[in-house]
Design a protein around this ligand. Structure first.
Ligand SMILES: [Zn+2]
Length: 204
C-alpha cells in the first residue's frame, strides 16, 4: 500500500528495506518490504488494509539502527582508505570494500584501522546537507560518475553526507548522527586478488 507520508526507508542505495508494522482499526500487519516505484513508496504487507484507512506505522528500530551503523561505518572506512591512497572503490557492502587498481598493503591497513577507531572515539558529527548538482566534482571516480548519471536530470540538489574531513559523498541512505554510534572495528582484513584488486573485509 501507498501512504501519504512514511518513515519507512525503501530498499536502495545499498541499504535494505525497513521492516515493522502498520496498524489500522486495531489490526496490526507486518511490513515485509518497502520499495520505491516511480515517485511512490510501496509498503508490502502480510494482509490487506482498506483504502483510505488511517494507519500507525512502527519501524523495527533495532534492525534499522544496525544498518545505519554499518552503512555509516562503510562511509568512514571508505573515506579513510581513499585518503590513504587505496585507489578507487569498485564495490562496497556492509562487510566488504573492493579497490581496483589498488596498492593497499598490510601497513596501510593497520594505519586505517587506528584512524577509524580514533575517529569513532572522537565522536565526530555525521553531517547531512544538500548541494547543487552542477557544483559537485567527483573527479575521475568512475563509480561515482556512473551513480550520478543514474540520478534523473531533474534532480538538481543532491543529498550529501560528510564525516569531518574523513568522508564526503552524495548519499540518500540512513546514517547515525555521530561516529561514536558506529563503534570500533571488530576486525579488518586485507585479501589481495588478481589484477591489482584488493578486498578489505571488515566487521563492526
Ligand atoms: Zn550513506
Amino acid at each position: 500500500m501507498v501512504l501519504d507520508r512514511t518513515a519507512f526507508y525503501p530498499e536502495g542505495g545499498g541499504q535494505p528495506t525497513d521492516r515493522g508494522t502498520l496498524e489500522a482499526d486495531g489490526e496490526k500487519h507486518s511490513v515485509v518490504k518497502v520499495m520505491t516505484r516511480g515517485p511512490q513508496i510501496f509498503h508490502y504487507l502480510d494482509g490487506d488494509i482498506p483504502q483510505g484507512a488511517e494507519v500507525h506505522g512502527v519501524i523495527d528500530w533495532e534492525r534499522r539502527y544496525g544498518y545505519m551503523r554499518l552503512h555509516s561505518g562503510e562511509h568512514l572506512l571508505t573515506g579513510l582508505f581513499e585518503a590513504a591512497g587505496s585507489g578507487p572503490k569498485v564495490f562496497s557492502s556492509f562487510t566488504q570494500l573492493d579497490f581496483k587498481p589498488s596498492p593497499l598493503d598490510q601497513e596501510t591497513l593497520e594505519d586505517v584501522r587506528r584512524r577509524f577507531d580514533e575517529v569513532v572515539d572522537m565522536d565526530v558529527p555525521v553531517r547531512i546537507y544538500y548541494a547543487d548538482r552542477d557544483r559537485l566534482d567527483v573527479g575521475d571516480d568512475e563509480r561515482k560518475q556512473s551513480f550520478l548519471e543514474k540520478i534523473p536530470a531533474e534532480v538538481e540538489r543532491l543529498r550529501m553526507v560528510e564525516i569531518g574531513d574523513h568522508a564526503h559523498t552524495f548519499c540518500m541512505g540512513t546514517h547515525v548522527k555521530r561516529t561514536g554510534e558506529i563503534g570500533r572495528l571488530k576486525s579488518l582484513r586485507l585479501e589481495p586478488k588478481k589484477k591489482r584488486r584488493k578486498i578489505v573485509y571488515f566487521e563492526l
